[in-house]
Ligand binder design. Sequence first.
Ligand code: UDX
Length: 453
Amino acid sequence: MKLVMVGSGYVGLVSGICFADFGFDVSCVDVDEVKIARLARGELPIYEPGLDQLLSENMAAGRLRFTTDLAQAARNADAVFIAVGTPSRRGDGEADLTYVFAAARQLARVLKPGAVVVIKSTVVVGTCRKVKAIIARENPGLDFSIASNPEFLREGSAIEDFMRPDRVVIGVEDARAEKLLRRAYRPLYLRDSPIVVTSLENAELIKYAANAFLALKVTFINEVADLCEEVDGDVQEVARAIGLDGRIGPKFLHAGPGFGGSCFPKDTRAFAAIGQTNRAPQRLIETVIAINEARKQRMADRILAELSDPRDAKIAVLGVAFKPNTDDVREAPSLDIIPRLVAAGARVTAHDPEAWTHAQPLLDNVSWAADPYEAAAGADIVVVLTEWNAYRGLDLKRLARHMRGRVLIDLRNIYRAEDLSDSGLSYVSIGRPRIISAPPSSSGLARKDALVS
Ligand code: UDX
């Protein structure tokens, strides 16, 4: 079976490479010539654990090609997946479908009869029908099918998510498209991944509703964390206990600095816009968006509140990616928080194992360190902003020795009280009491200090 993936961004690349790994013949297409040239040399434009190996294996096996020539690639394709970007439209927040429609117009003239066009990009409800109408108008009489197959990949664990999904969602209106997509995902049957076959509209809605709900869950626990701070509670213990209720579930209950990334912010805005357009306002999600925006600002205020005068201070920030195991900084809390620290007059030195090259052009007046200890040198405050594994095992006594001040602000709750003991650090986290640890010379016992929290 010949598959074409239009758009070699995150979703297109991961899906294309994984479909090739299933044994299908895959062509990945993009308009970006530099990107395609790099891919054709076996170089990945994104960082995703394990993807480089799958890329080289499947290229070597002759199942995976990269091209800018959509017409040539699509001519013999059994299915063409559209996985181009759908950025937020300025003004109303709805997904911008320009690239999706442009791809549809190009495909109309080259598709072979019987081909299936599958929309993988996250699109507004009703888009599949619009794409179908565009193709039918451009090439009347062409026999083709349309399908929706939204993607639920998480950055950093995208291969695992593709290979072992909680479910595959397929929106179709005819048996041909269903048959083709069932075949494309057949390797997953062995792993008992449920395939949900539904209408085009439902499939489009499922993607938005899933991401909106997850963003709501994260925002809920963030607000519970705020309450914990006021009443001397511990959000991790509360989250663990509520997560044991099977109706709630333990995932996406980690309090933090607010959600970011390429999906949650964009998809919540689009979902809210779809609700407004269709006279069914999604008021919960509208509130989630507002709370999350305000939260990032509050995180900066919280850091600054630890300083008597920010103009005289140095702050070390560990992690700028929106989450670990990715070099992605799109809508990362770091991009809101760090400029506020700089604007307040603080000198900021940052570190990130992968994302710093992407963040550097976006963050003015920030110095970049080669490792966390170098970042901490002379700092009054060290802030953990992304929960990279590399930060979980830091030698906190060594970190403290490098610092001028003694405050460690952990916006991801990666340390426990016992990790702090003997470090001499004053530890501020999210939704948990402040811990003031004795310096190495004294008793070494960490004590909880509810008064300061
Ligand atoms: C998300 C969805 O999970 C995925 O199904 C969809 O296809 C794309 O959007 P992704 O953006 O890669 O994936 O990251 P995810 O792991 O979901 O995290 C999103 C944001 O929420 C991050 O900023 C993360 O730090 C934050 N988050 C997540 C929390 O703050 N707490 C949590 O408990 C979980």
